[in-house]
Design a protein around this ligand. Structure first.
Ligand code: 3PG
Length: 208
């Protein structure tokens, strides 16, 4: 894992945001930093995503591009200045393009076979997605037994109700989630809630 990803995962909480309006970036970045976040993952699910990534360049947050599934998206994310890349799945061509660019990455895995494939490509940190429907903490414990070198960033279905459970597991590098930066919070400009939910999650990580 290279430095940008280590720094992003240091508080063990990675907010995942889908942002349609780049104008929200300065105040959102401030709210996240006030809550203790080191990074933000910007999903490539809006037309504005590359502009949002670019707008975060001077925010002080480590900026990742998420939902990256195609070679074209890798190129778009890198051109926008993404410092790390996250994918919901494991696609060898996409991983190859990341490796060529020297950008750290979290590929998505959902099975032992996919985890084994990621490890064989030299990737020890993976996104377990979608974590809750797949089996949550029980699945991580089961995968960690035969793959002790793997580190997981479980994402999908996490929230204040179950975050602590995940954070207690040593193979969990960080948890990912959108609840701290949910679209409804962004649309309502509830920046205090973004800061509070982020701080609460990072507090759980510190206490784990
Ligand atoms: C992702 O893109 O990583 C997930 O959609 C985030 O999942 P969540 O919305 O359940 O936190």
């Amino acid at each position: 894992m290279t430095d940008a990803l280590s720094r992003a995962c240091a508080p063990r909480v990675l907010p995942v945001a889908t942002i349609a309006d780049p104008a929200l970036v300065p105040v959102l970045a401030e709210a996240l930093a006030a809550g203790g976040a080191a990074a933000i993952e910007v999903t490539f699910r809006t037309e504005a995503a590359p502009r949002v990534v670019a707008a975060l360049a001077d925010s002080g947050l480590v900026v990742g591009a998420g939902t990256i599934r195609t070679l074209a998206q890798v190129d778009e994310a890198l051109a926008a200045g993404a410092q790390f890349i996250v994918s919901p799945s494991l696609d060898e061509a996409v991983v190859g393009r990341w490796l060529d660019a020297g950008v750290p990455m979290l590929p998505g895995i959902a099975t032992a076979t996919e985890l084994s494939h990621a490890l064989s490509l030299g990737l020890t940190a993976v996104k377990l997605f979608p974590a809750e429907p797949l089996g949550g903490t029980a699945l991580i414990a089961a995968l960690a037994a035969p793959f002790p070198e793997a580190r997981f960033v479980p994402t999908g279905g996490l929230g204040p109700h179950n975050a602590a459970e995940y954070l207690r597991l040593p193979p969990v590098l960080a948890i990912g989630g959108s609840w701290m930066v949910a679209s409804k919070l962004l649309e309502a400009r509830q920046w205090d809630a973004v800061t509070r939910l982020t701080a609460e999650a990072i507090g759980m990580a510190a206490a784990a």
